[in-house]
Structures are given as structure tokens and as C-alpha cells.
Ligand binder design. Structure first.
Ligand SMILES: [Zn+2]
Length: 196
């Protein structure tokens, strides 16, 4: 794993891309004209950001998350970006407090604005053949944060963050999911989470 192709790493980390808070603000029309123009220039050449923005728009439309003008000014929407788990991650995130060694793939690490998100997919010990997600989010206020998991067929499960930023989803089938953390002044959206 130490030898992952550099271009692959670059694609994951995308250091030249605008950060996720900026894309969210662009979506909400909160950026100054000059910044909007710069990002639109970037979007024209970056399929990754274009896809992310499209996913965000579709997701917000589908889930009917509406932001009235008064709340749009204080709610930050961040799109979680996968970051490499090797040496490049700034500061780093611990694994979830209750994670055990020998998880399927080790934790998946994401960066979303000021927040860092770590997800570990494991076999669910209480439900043979099913999976569990152990999550940890750092860098945000953990009070009154709801985490919602959307499955492909439209089902939705919601849990709340504990004081330390941990959350768990259990009894999951394999498939593709979307994750949304919603707090009083923040939303973190993870458009693609595949459980194999
Ligand atoms: Zn980009």
C-alpha cells in the first residue's frame, strides 16, 4: 500500500481543487462574484468537482433539504472528500473509539471543511452476514448532530452523534450509501459510500 500510484493519490487528495466548503457556498450563491468566476473556471476543467457539485445539487433536491435565505447564511455545507490514509493526511484522525483491529479495509478517512471524518466498515457481530459502520467525526460541535444514512432503495436511518463524535450504523446490507451529518449550523454530505 505504501506504493500507491502518485496520480491516484493526487486524484484522491485533489490539492488544487476548491475546498468542500467553497463548493457548498457556491451552490448556495454565497460567494463573491470574483470567487464564483474562479471556481466556475475550475469546474470547466475539473470533472471531479463538477461531479461533486452535481451530486450535491441532486442530493439536496431529492431529500428536499431546503435552506431559507436566513439560514443559508449561517449553515455551512461541506462535501466530504476522501483523503489518503498514508502519511499525507494533515493531523490525522484517530480510529473510532470502539473500533477493533482487523476491520475489513481499515478506516476510510474524509476531510470536510474543518471537520475530519473516519469510517470503519466491519462485520456486524450481532447480525451474521451484515455489516456495521463505525464512524468518528472531529472538528465540529457534536451537540445536536444527526447522522443520516441513505440506502440505494430510498431507506433512511438516523442516529445521533455521541459527545465524543462517535456514531454507529448496524445491520446493513452491502451496497451504496450516502451519508449526511446535520447540526444546528453545519451539514456534511458524503455522496458515495460503498459497502462491499
Ligand atoms: Zn476540482
Amino acid at each position: 500500500m505504501a506504493h500507491i500510484d502518485d496520480s491516484f493519490k493526487a486524484a484522491l487528495y485533489r490539492i488544487t481543487c476548491p475546498d468542500s466548503a467553497t463548493l457548498g457556498n457556491l451552490h448556495l450563491g454565497l460567494l463573491p462574484n470574483e470567487a464564483t468566476a474562479q471556481i466556475e473556471e475550475h469546474l470547466a476543467i475539473c470533472p471531479l468537482c463538477t461531479e461533486e457539485l452535481a451530486q450535491l445539487e441532486v442530493f439536496l433536491a431529492e431529500t428536499a433539504v431546503s435552506h431559507e435565505p436566513s439560514t443559508a447564511e449561517r449553515i455551512k455545507i461541506w462535501i466530504a472528500k476522501r483523503i489518503p490514509t498514508g502519511g499525507q493526511s494533515r493531523g490525522g484522525v484517530g480510529t473510532p473509539a470502539f473500533a477493533v483491529r482487523g476491520g475489513d479495509d481499515g478506516p476510510l478517512m474524509y476531510e470536510a471543511g474543518n471537520a475530519q471524518l473516519s469510517l470503519e466498515v466491519q462485520d456486524d457481530p450481532d447480525h451474521p452476514g451484515r455489516k456495521a459502520i463505525l464512524g468518528l467525526v472531529l472538528g465540529i460541535e457534536t451537540e445536536a448532530v444527526t447522522v443520516r444514512l441513505f440506502a440505494g432503495e430510498g431507506t433512511e436511518t438516523a442516529v445521533t452523534l455521541d459527545d465524543s463524535g462517535n456514531f454507529t450504523f448496524a445491520n446493513l446490507e452491502k451496497g451504496r450509501f450516502e451519508l449526511l451529518l446535520s447540526g444546528p449550523d453545519i451539514e456534511i454530505y458524503l455522496p458515495k459510500l460503498t459497502i462491499k
